[in-house]
Write a protein that binds this ligand. Structure first.
Ligand SMILES: C[S@@+](CC[C@H](N)C(=O)[O-])C[C@H]1O[C@@H](n2cnc3c(N)ncnc32)[C@H](O)[C@@H]1O
Length: 193
């Protein structure tokens, strides 16, 4: 996540966090969670950010794929585990009070979730099924006036994968429940009407 996109996330999260918790889908090693957690710290009070990930990596993070980092593999079980690095990141940033990890598959968590969200940041699996699951499972929880922020939205197929654009961004706009308020790089910010 480039610094300007992180700053955008921080700015909107500061604006929204006094209305209720924010939730991020896709923690990885905690970079965007630090922007969100810093916003919660700035907002003060009881502001918190939940961040959901199974910590086993997306398809493109697996061995043999473009974004694989061998140092993130748990040697004992031969699977990726980004949770230890995430925990170190959040501790080093002094944000353990503000950032709450939820470890599990996005769909399994969203089906039991009931708390209205002031801001939802979707940056999870970029395959078709994960994108569909994230749209269907999480967007109904954004409170009126709340924000849906989507990462890796590429209207031009030459620039990146389709699912965040076709299966999250376009359906959100088409639903009539969201209107776009800002676009920066691959980030899109939509407000729940
Ligand atoms: C692009 S990374 C997130 C990057 C992070 N937001 C940042 O900026 O530092 C996507 C993450 O989504 C997680 N993920 C992918 N599919 C998932 C699913 N169905 N449920 C939970 N987490 C998932 C992966 O494990 C990976 O850590």
């Amino acid at each position: 996540m480039p610094p300007d996109e992180g700053d955008l996330l921080f700015r909107y999260a500061v604006e929204r966090l006094s209305h209720g918790p924010a939730l991020e889908v896709g923690t990885y090693c905690g970079k965007s969670a630090v922007y969100l957690g810093a916003a919660a710290q700035r907002a003060g009070g009881e502001a918190v950010v939940f961040t959901v990930d199974h910590h086993r990596g997306s398809e493109e993070n697996q061995a043999g794929w473009e974004h694989h980092d061998g140092s993130l593999v748990d040697e004992e079980i031969g699977l990726m585990d980004t949770l230890p690095v995430f925990r170190r990141t959040v501790r080093a940033a002094g944000l353990e009070e503000q950032v709450i990890a939820v470890v599990g598959r996005s769909r399994a968590v969203s089906r039991w979730w009931t708390t209205p969200l002031s801001l939802l940041f979707i940056d999870g699996g970029h395959g078709e099924q994960p994108a569909r699951d994230d749209y269907e499972g999480w967007t109904p929880h954004v409170m009126p006036g709340g924000l849906l922020v989507i990462h890796d939205v590429f209207p031009d197929p030459a620039e990146g994968g389709r699912p965040p654009y076709e299966l999250i961004y376009l359906p959100a706009l088409a639903s009539g429940r969201f209107e776009e308020i800002e676009a920066l790089g691959s980030m899109r910010v939509l407000r729940r009407v």
